[in-house]
Design a protein around this ligand. Sequence first.
Ligand SMILES: [Zn+2]
Length: 121
Amino acid sequence: MAFCITFGTHEFSSQLEGYEHVRAYCYNCQHWNGHCITRWPFFTVCFIPLIPLSTHKYKEVQCYTCRYTQDLRDRPDITPETRPPAGGQYGIQPPPQAHGGFQQQQQYQPPPQAQGGLGYK
Ligand SMILES: [Zn+2]
């Protein structure tokens, strides 16, 4: 009589409530692509989750760029308001300099006056 029972684990993971829009900094790859998730591993029999392996869900921040995962308890800097800083890595590019720049300005520039008030008499 052959009985094939498959044991394994299955993880339920979902977006962490209240942190859906968080983009956290990844210390591994230096990208602002950390997303907060919850994980709840289950012990499965025949692919049916039976026993939770943890009494509570893990709260983690997972980087979508490099798959680096960190426990949220190790990242006290992450709050529901965590966002990439404006003007940071993905910030606004400085406006391009006006091209050309070869227009000759026929403007007489007087030589700069001696600075410091060290005028001789
Ligand atoms: Zn990363």
